[in-house]
Ligand binder design. Structure first.
Ligand code: ZN
Length: 190
């Protein structure tokens, strides 16, 4: 089932997700629906907050993206990123492995709004999968960006929070328009 994606201005996007404790059928169904929603929107990552659930769950799939490379290491061995996709991240914890780099980012909750965001180029990720099993990997490039972007969502942090004041100023009219459209829509739904 394709779920509606919440847009900037919806207060749920600012809520911190509770850790997932039950790896039951409800969770499996949500994971399935989140993948369906993400693929339908041609996204490469989606956090539970974006579909209205304030829990620590995100889905990621960077396969098929050719213009922005990713790297992946499991147990210090470099592995094929495509073969490891898609990834479900439950209760993820991220550790930066090197210096921040700047690059453009978008977000399904901010349609058509892009801006430069600075993040560590590579990170170590410790999480659980949808079965509750521990997963751990190191990644760089696009995959690292996406994992950091989605983990931020789980804490109510948005990519605009990590933009420089100059970048944010540039897109400010778009942000204000989106926020007021969303708030109007929320009012109508009440
Ligand atoms: Zn996002």
């Amino acid at each position: 089932m394709i779920l509606p994606v919440l847009k900037y201005g919806d207060p749920v996007l600012r809520r911190k997700g509770a850790p997932v404790e039950a790896f039951d059928a409800d969770l499996q169904r949500l994971v399935e629906n989140m993948f369906e929603t993400m693929y339908d929107a041609r996204g490469i990552g989606l956090a539970a907050q974006q579909v209205g659930y304030t829990i620590q769950l995100a889905v990621v799939d960077v396969s098929g993206v050719e213009d922005r490379p990713s790297t992946l290491q499991l147990d210090r061995e470099t592995v094929n990123v495509e073969e490891y996709m898609p990834v479900v991240l439950v209760n993820p914890v991220i550790t930066a492995l090197n210096e921040p780099v700047s690059g453009p980012e978008g977000c399904l909750s901010f349609p058509e709004i892009y801006g430069e965001v600075t993040r560590p180029e590579s990170v170590k990720v410790e999480a659980l999968n949808e079965e509750g099993e521990r997963i751990e990997f190191e990644c760089g490039g696009l995959l690292s960006k996406v994992v950091q972007h989605e983990t931020d969502h789980l804490h109510g942090i948005l990519y605009i929070d990590r933009m420089t004041p100059a970048t944010k100023k540039e897109i400010k009219p778009l942000l204000e328009q989106l926020r007021s459209d969303t708030q109007m829509q929320l009012k109508r739904q009440k």
